[in-house]
Structure formats: C-alpha cells, structure tokens
Design a protein around this ligand. Structure first.
Ligand SMILES: CC(C)(COP(=O)(O)OP(=O)(O)OC[C@H]1O[C@@H](n2cnc3c(N)ncnc32)[C@H](O)[C@@H]1OP(=O)(O)O)[C@@H](O)C(=O)NCCC(=O)NCCS
Length: 194
C-alpha cells in the first residue's frame, strides 16, 4: 500500500473525523479549522482518505513555539498500518516548534501507544500539576481544550513540558476562546433554541 500525506483536503476531513470520533468531536475540530486557528493534513492509503490530523501553533514567552496536535484520526479500515504515526510525524516536519503536545482521554490505549511509539512521553494531569503547579496545568489544558481528557502526550520528553509551561498566556486565552469557548457557546445556543 502507498501512503501519501496531503495538505488542503478539507472536503474529506469532516467525514474522517465524524466516522472515527462522532459528531461532537467533529464539530469542535471543524470549528477550529473554520476559525483559521488550526491547520490539517490528510493521509491517503492508495489514494483513499485514511486519516487526518488537526493542529495549531502557540507562541511561548521566550519567543519560541509549541504545537498542539488537536485531533488525529484514522479510519477503522486503515488502523494499525502506521497512518496515525505518519500524520503526527508529518506535523512535526511541517512545523518548527520546540515542543509538541496532545491531550488524550483516559483509557485511549491506541492513542497512548501511538504517541509513545514516536517518542512522546505520556503523563497524567496530576503528574503535571505535581511538577509544575496548578496554573501551568490549567494553561496546558486550556491551550488544548482538553478538559475531558486525562493524559498529556508531549515531546521531547522532559524539555517539552518545560517549553509548554512557558506558553504565552494571552495567546492561549485567544485560542481557547476561538476553538473551545465560542464553539461551546454556539452549541449551547443551538440546543436551547431547538
Ligand atoms: C489513535 C489512532 C489515531 C492510532 O492510529 P493508527 O494509525 O491505528 O496507529 P499506528 O498504526 O500509527 O500505531 C502506532 C503504534 O501504536 C500502536 N497501536 C495503535 N493502535 C493500537 C491498538 N488498538 N492497540 C495496541 N497498540 C496500538 C501500534 O502497534 C504502533 O506501535 P508499534 O510501533 O510499537 O508497533 C486510531 O486508533 C484512531 O483513529 N482512534 C480513534 C480516534 C482517537 O482516539 N484519536 C486520538 C485522540 S485525538
């Protein structure tokens, strides 16, 4: 099978997200893309859409940059063929960041295994809080809209978390408003008006 990674394939992203993660996650991911905050890459296996990754960059107070891997999804039929791994590694290639991170739901072993297989360290929220304090944990979860999750996968091990602890608060706040709070508010309004 031939694996290719492409940019600008928005037309196939929504279906990949919806099929792999359901309507709710697809809605948040698409809002992040439509807001202009996030970018995407699509993986094709023998020219067939097999997976997608949604990501965005955030500045640090030291003038550096970190990348949030917001969603990575692989179609059922394409799993365990290293598509997920290729998508995340491609994000690392097209960005120039000092740290990479994703938040992961409790019990999502495939995701934990995938991130570990490409050199990410995976830690629990309480572990981050114990090492860096409540304020840094709050900043990281806000940066990734990761309130429902339990783990942080980050790279490079050790140093990556240090970089993430220095994310620029106003930028985190702006991204949080656009990809997390506003979509939540719109959803709430829509539900209340039905
Ligand atoms: C998580 C996900 C993206 C992984 O994609 P994938 O293409 O199947 O993963 P890969 O083939 O790249 O796997 C990479 C590594 O993870 C391991 N792995 C992947 N799925 C696994 C599973 N179900 N059980 C055990 N190990 C698994 C692979 O064995 C491989 O490890 P190795 O190099 O040591 O052999 C895919 O399962 C998925 O789309 N899940 C639903 C959406 C989701 O939860 N996304 C993540 C949160 S945003």
């Amino acid at each position: 099978m031939t694996l290719t990674i492409e940019e600008d394939r928005l037309e196939v992203v929504e279906k990949l997200l919806r099929d792999a993660m359901g309507d709710w996650h697809a809605y948040y991911a698409m809002e992040a893309l439509r807001s202009g905050v996030a970018n995407h890459l699509v993986a094709l296996l023998d020219d067939k859409p097999a997976g997608a990754v949604i990501y965005y960059n955030l500045p640090t107070v030291e003038g550096g940059q970190a990348t949030v891997v917001y969603y990575v999804v692989v179609a059922d039929w394409a799993r365990n063929e290293y598509v997920g791994r290729a998508l995340v590694l491609s994000v690392e290639e097209v960005t120039d960041s000092q740290a990479y991170m994703a938040t992961i739901a409790g019990g999502n072993e495939p995701s934990i295994r995938m991130f570990k297989s490409i050199g990410y360290d995976v830690v629990t929220y309480p572990e981050v809080e114990a090492a860096y304090g409540h304020r840094v944990l709050r900043k990281i979860t806000r940066a990734a809209c990761g309130y429902e999750d339990a783990y942080i996968a980050y790279k490079p091990p050790g140093k990556g978390l240090e970089v993430l602890s220095k994310l620029d608060w106003p930028s985190v706040e702006l991204v949080f408003q656009r990809i997390c709070y506003e979509p939540w508010r719109k959803l709430k309004e829509r539900v209340l008006h039905v």
